[in-house]
Design a protein around this ligand. Structure first.
Ligand code: ARG
Length: 696
């Protein structure tokens, strides 16, 4: 229990007895069945990066507020600011379709390890190996997609020692149904992000639409709410320490097999650069977001995701250092190395540890350098988009009328998506600050050639260069780009300063020397052999594969952290509304609360949602094993009823993606009673409450 992100197809064999002992009342078939509807039919991957669950027979979806954030911000304007004020559709006609949002249902999965690995052997180069595997993967995908009805994805596990394929069905007509205001949905902001005790109403609601036969369909007024195979009933009976709790969802990435060298590289090189460059971009964005609501809406989502990983990476540095994770791994690798150099193992495993260590030693500076550039491109639209757009505009100028007409809608869509709502002054400052930082911090590895040359001339201060670049560039605003499209002329753009800078940094970020390619190949093979050897030798007994955005189940229980002066709840496994109101700061960007919520709290108008002992529950803790991507996942009791929505992890256990900490690691959940209270009492959205099945 607690540790483990399990495959649904193996729970019968690996987990079910254990789960039953802990309080599960469902059969394995009721959780995952290929032939009958089961719990898994109510779980979807939400827009590629989050999880959501179906909570009504009318396709109603529940996920996190931070998962719906992008869509909510996109649908908001200064006048109708749903991010700030919340939104509740009174009926279906008011539900709103964001530009692009899709959900993915899981149909089935199967093992294809034997088939794939029978095609390759250890004598092949990694390049040959990968080519053959790719080919086999595409065959498996074709064989199972039923003429395009399904999306099939074959993925490697255990570092390429096993392969499974997954069959999915995507729905693209997904509409916003309801969201609390940000002061509730993101209460505590970045100060409380990744922290417990917590009081965040991190949920939002959407609905899946289908054609009248229940099939996926492009948005259309004729579409109807999807009638799902299964939806989760909700339990408002409350939770107690040690109650069974399980989560199904799509954890994004863990690295539980990562070698010591990789951990040291992250702690000392990669993550510090990440933290510094993220903050550099955030500070520039924030200056402008604080001054102007429309800028804030345009950048809210980009800022939030940058801030989220900024804090996460700092938390990882701290907790990996504190837990001495690299040392634990070094010990394991030492034992492995002894085993690997026994006569019978030496030929295959003998050099694994030394290849791995050598590799990390040789890539430390590159890892640091690359993260400065990665964050530059994540925070600066000029750095990330100018190169490809510029190339497109040059080609556009050279084509004939017919071809241009064909290209135009695509270019326009790209421009709208990337430049439609940018703020030029903000972008200018972000790019300047990122270039200044990069030129100063990444010289040891070697700067991209143009930036190196400019930096020599400007002494590391790019202010004037960027100002001049913006003044003359065709790529600095939507208006200028559109003007160019009316009068395309390749000579006007071939030497465009933003295009040149963007090309320069992206080329540097992507380039790989022959030597590096070879080193990467050797490393990839050694890492695969390390994991294989650790499993064969029994030196590492992890039985579940690393997270890689495939559906997993994790089970454990409601579990407190040690008593904490910051939480005056009786047991430190929940928070209640009084602790939220204590944090309230009128007008604050992070800790404000709607007056209606404060009034309801004062009147103790909690209805049927109060805990037995009278308080109004807000968040609670379980010891489930989740990571980013699980956001929005259902937290269920032993009957498969919804008791909460997972939304965060705790900062003390940020090493968890590399090593699960049985003492510290927790999942932070919104109590479903708080979700229902917000919908019912705060928003008065009885129409939504009426759709939800409350288990009696
Ligand atoms: N830490 C959460 C996660 O990665 C995201 C929380 C978003 N909230 C926020 N205040 N930025 O899933």
């Amino acid at each position: 229990a607690d540790e483990g992100m399990w495959f649904l197809m193996f729970i019968e064999r690996l987990n079910h007895r254990d789960m039953e002992k802990m309080g599960l009342q469902l059969t394995a078939e009721e959780i995952y069945s290929i032939n009958h509807h089961s719990l898994k039919d109510a779980i979807v991957q939400f827009n590629g990066g989050c999880t959501a669950e179906i909570v009504s027979n009318t396709g109603l979806l529940l996920t996190n507020h931070h998962c719906g954030y992008n869509a909510i911000a996109e649908l908001s304007t200064e006048e109708q600011n749903y991010l700030r004020d919340g939104f509740w559709a009174k009926d279906r006609s008011q539900e709103m379709k964001p530009k692009s949002l899709y959900v993915r249902f899981f149909v089935r999965m199967d093992d294809c390890t034997k088939r794939i690995l029978s095609k390759v052997n250890d004598k092949m180069t990694e390049e040959e190996r990968n080519k053959i595997i790719q080919r086999e993967m595409s065959l498996i995908e074709k064989e199972n997609n039923e003429n395009g009805k399904y999306v099939v994805s074959v993925r490697p596990f255990f570092q390429g020692n096993e392969y499974y394929y997954f069959v999915y069905q995507d729905y693209t007509d997904v509409r916003l149904v309801g969201t609390p205001p940000e002061s509730i949905g993101k209460f505590g902001g970045d100060t409380d992000n990744w922290e417990w005790p917590r009081q965040t109403g991190d949920f939002s609601m959407f609905r899946v639409y289908a054609d009248k036969d229940g099939n996926p369909a492009q948005y259309s007024k004729e579409n109807v709410p999807l009638k799902p195979k299964h939806h989760l009933p909700v339990s408002i009976k409350g939770i107690a320490e040690d109650d069974f709790a399980m989560i199904l969802g799509y954890p994004g990435r863990t690295n539980r097999w990562m070698p010591a060298g990789g951990i040291k590289q992250n702690v000392s090189y990669a993550y510090p650069a990440w933290v510094e460059a993220a903050k550099t971009g955030m500070d520039q964005m924030k200056k402008y977001m604080d001054k102007d609501v429309s800028v804030r809406l345009a950048y809210a989502s980009k800022y939030a995701s940058t801030a989220n990983y900024w804090k996460n990476r700092q938390g990882m540095i701290n907790s990996l250092t504190k837990a001495q994770t690299a040392m634990t791994k070094e010990k394991e690798e030492k034992a492995f190395d002894n085993w690997a150099n026994k006569k019978e193992n030496k030929a295959v495993y003998g050099n694994v540890v030394s290849v791995i260590n050598e590799y990390y030693k040789n890539t430390n500076l590159k890892a640091r350098h690359d993260n400065y550039l990665m964050l530059m491109t994540r925070t600066s639209i000029y750095a990330s988009a100018s190169a490809s757009l510029g190339a497109g505009l040059i080609q556009y100028a050279k084509e004939n009328e017919a071809k241009r007409a064909e290209m135009l809608p695509k270019i326009k869509a790209f421009v709208e998506a990337n430049y439609g709502t940018i703020n030029e002054a903000l972008e200018k400052d972000v790019l300047t600050a990122q270039l200044n930082l990069y030129a100063k911090k990444a010289t040891e590895y070697g700067l991209s050639p143009l930036v190196a040359k400019m930096s020599k001339a400007n002494n590391g201060d790019f202010t004037n260069d960027v100002t001049n670049a913006l003044a003359t560039s065709v790529l600095s605003s939507k208006a200028k780009i559109e003007a160019y499209l009316k009068n395309p002329d390749a000579s006007k753009i071939e030497n465009d300063p933003l295009l040149l800078i963007s090309n320069d940094v992206l080329t540097r970020y992507r380039e790989k020397s022959e030597k590096q390619i070879l080193a990467d190949d050797q490393f990839e093979k050694a890492y695969r052999k390390l994991v294989e050897g650790l499993r064969i030798s029994g030196l590492n007994s992890i039985k579940y594969p690393d997270a890689n955005s495939t559906l997993r189940l994790t089970y454990g229980k409601v579990r407190a952290l040690p008593k904490d002066p910051r939480n005056d709840a009786k047991i430190n496994n929940y928070t209640d509304m009084s602790s939220m109101v204590k944090k309230y700061k009128a007008g604050d960007a992070e800790f404000d609360l709607p007056s209606r919520l404060l009034d309801l709290n004062k009147a103790k108008d909690f209805g049927q949602y109060a805990d037995k002992s009278g308080f109004m529950p807000v968040n609670f803790l379980t010891d489930n094993d989740i990571t980013g991507g699980n956001s929005g996942s259902p937290v269920m009791n032993g009957k498969g009823e919804l008791i909460g929505v997972a939304f965060d992890g705790n900062i003390e256990a940020m090493a968890g993606d590399v090593i699960f900490d049985k003492q510290l690691q927790r999942t932070i959940c919104v109590d479903i009673r708080y979700v229902l209270w917000i919908i019912d009492k705060y928003a008065g959205a009885k129409n939504i409450i009426d759709e939800i099945t409350i288990a009696r």
